[in-house]
Design a protein around this ligand. Sequence first.
Ligand code: NAD
Ligand code: UDP
Ligand code: UDP
Length: 341
Amino acid sequence: MNFVEQRPGEPQQVGYTKERVLVTGGAGFIGSHLCERLLAEGAEVLCVDNYYTGRRDNIRALLDDPSFEVLRHDVTFPLYTEVDRIYNLACPASPVHYQFDPVQTTKTSVLGAVNMLGLAKRLKVPILQASTSEVYGDPAVHPQQEGYWGNVNPIGIRSCYDEGKRCAETLFFDYHRQHRVDIKVVRIFNTYGPHMHPEDGRVVSNFIVQALTGQPITLYGDGTQTRSFCYVDDLVDGLMRMMGSASQTTGPVNLGNPDEFTMRELADMVRELVGSAVPIVHRPLPADDPRQRKPDIATARETLGWTPKVKLREGLGRTIAYFDALLSDAPRGAEMVALSA
Ligand code: NAD
Ligand code: UDP
Ligand code: UDP
């Protein structure tokens, strides 16, 4: 909230200018796209990030915008500021990164949720939580509907993320019931696109970087496990629709693209689109890797009028173009290739 500046000679005027929006995890993959869209739609954006997996490069183009502000801050610590809406995205999302420091991952989800909910409660503003399809674990129900309670290992290597996000959902609903906080919980399914880190470790960026740099594609297990991939622009549209929904729309709402693919199909599509004949090498399937995943998006369709538009082939094309440009940009390209080798 900004007070309108008083100009000399003008009548006394007190009022507010643009809506001020806090995006935690704003320098990350999805967060940076969200910041860009919010600015384009006329908001002031406060991007809060500790750069654990996020990058300054993702938000570099926004830094000259007077409506954009960045704060290096870890959401596990309290944050006192004044905003009109909160998108809580801070949390590493790639298995490689969230398993690197699992205690910090749980703290980020749980303490981050407490602090951001405390902020939303004090300011009486809406808050959106970026939850995840991981709350369904290795799902025994297919496709996954919001009513499904999931099949999650509470003590495995993915638990820091899955259970952290589940506890965050619990906190959101308890702050809603107990303190009437206006909450918006979305469960995001695998999302991909430009601004993923070349070393992110998730499957889409791994396969593309491998194909572009002539390295073998690492297929975990036999490659028959499935995922459903949503292009980031569609996802950001869903996040903004959810934030703009009526206060009784708390969620949880699934956001994802229901087109389902095996990882083998994804590997073949990436090779074909890159025009690369790199071999596929099999690596062991990580523990607790979900066998199948596909969102039921009837709730998002009905309550938000949202449906993803970008087909995998088209979204992969745009993502390949992004990585191609990034990796050919000397000297940074050389550095990135070295990182991914
Ligand atoms: P990302 O790793 O690119 O972004 C996460 C951002 O949060 C990074 O910029 C990171 O530096 C920041 N961060 C991490 N810990 C922090 C802390 N303690 N304090 C402040 N900032 C911190 O991941 P992403 O794919 O952009 O994911 C964004 C959100 O969406 C995450 O909450 C993730 O769990 C959720 N999500 C993403 C996907 C997906 O497929 N991309 C799927 C489900 C859920
Ligand atoms: N908090 C914050 N910013 C605020 C208000 C609260 O970071 O503007 C944090 C603070 O650390 C607090 C937490 O949010 O511990 C939860 O707030 P709440 O009001 O629910 O709890 P309490 O302050 O009573 O512990
Ligand atoms: N995967 C793979 N090769 C890779 C990275 C991932 O075969 O280089 C597989 C992984 O085992 C999983 C799927 O791709 O079955 C999606 O993995 P990702 O880490 O992208 O996300 P998840 O949905 O598992 O959190």
